[in-house]
Design a protein around this ligand. Sequence first.
Ligand code: NAD
Length: 386
Amino acid sequence: MQAQQNKVQLPQIHGPSEQDEKAPGPFLAPDKRVGYAIVGLGRLSINQILPAFGHSQYCRVTALVSGDREKARRIGAQYGVPEASLYSYADYERLADNKDVQVIYIVLPNGMHEEYVLRGAKTGKHILCEKPMATSSAEARRMIDACTKANVKLMIAYRQQYEPHNRMLQKMAKDGKLGKLRGFLSTNSQQQGDLSQWRLKKSLAGGGCLPDVGLYCINAARFLSGQEPVRVSAQLWQPKDDPRFHEVEASVSFSMHFANGFQATCTTSYDAHKSQTLRLEGTDAWAELSPAFAYHGNKLRVSQLEDGKEVVIEPQVEEKDQFALEMDHFSSCILEGKEPHTPGEEGLQDHRIMEAIYEAARTGRTVDVAGLSGKTRGPEPEESGS
Ligand code: NAD
């Protein structure tokens, strides 16, 4: 990476018993950074993604796409996006002519992802798309095919795969620190309010809690174990007397069975107080993240036998802006011509699994997950971030 040449690291002044002080960066100069067009100025864009540009090493925001011109103008004024680089959904295709845009980041309701990926691919820009990738595996397949045809990169924004605590746990599991992996327990729940929101409308959301928050449990079981489920079983709850759940489910509990005996048991709900945990159990130790999927404040605990005694340690992991890490990873893939760590295939596989979970809940049977041919992830992201 070109920025590495300009890295400045001052000599350490503390004794060898102290942790090294790391200089932030190196940063790419503004005019060398990868330019992002943010499509959809809702909660995630305004509260998380746009502020993350301030922590990024390789990215800058260069365009905004919104149905509300005045909101776009105000946000543009905060982030230095000129009036000429504000677009409506109708003139979205004009991004093709904006030389300051290399990436289109789609942060719209799930049911709009396919349309905006397909239209976006035609502009020749690379695409970062929020999770869940789509509302079905068929849509996800078409999105991958459109990006392949247009010769643009497609990455799905699985932020937890770039988040330092989750990454540390993944490395521990991969290095055999927990022994052989046997079990995974996880929950991701939150209490939904506002009846009018798109998350409660099937056509815009694709489902209820499962694709929105339960997805984190599915994806974590897969990336932390490095394995794929072969069968699922599930129970679903959709209370008829609660107007929030006329179209989508309130809760799902599901199990995923892996070929070598590894089992994942998960719950997800739109009608329980916020709860985000996971525990990975191995033959020699267990490790827990609680919270596991938070924007800030994730915590790792590991329990193992030491000198004949059970000890629980809390490895200290430096917190970094996971949205900046995720976008920097995609930018480095573009600058260096690499495959993203979480390409479209990663999102497609989660859709296949969610479809099997819905089918298992509907029929009361164990359902096979449609066969996977080939890998779903690109190379591990390099450690970066400031
Ligand atoms: P939001 O409702 O806050 O924002 C959605 C935006 O889309 C709004 O600006 C809205 O005006 C616009 N929009 C355009 N057409 C619309 C329509 N027909 N109906 C509703 N809104 C429309 O939603 P959000 O929480 O920002 O979620 C956006 C995407 O980001 C979703 O795919 C969601 O799953 C994902 N998300 C990811 C994370 C994460 O941690 N990675 C967190 C939250 C949301």
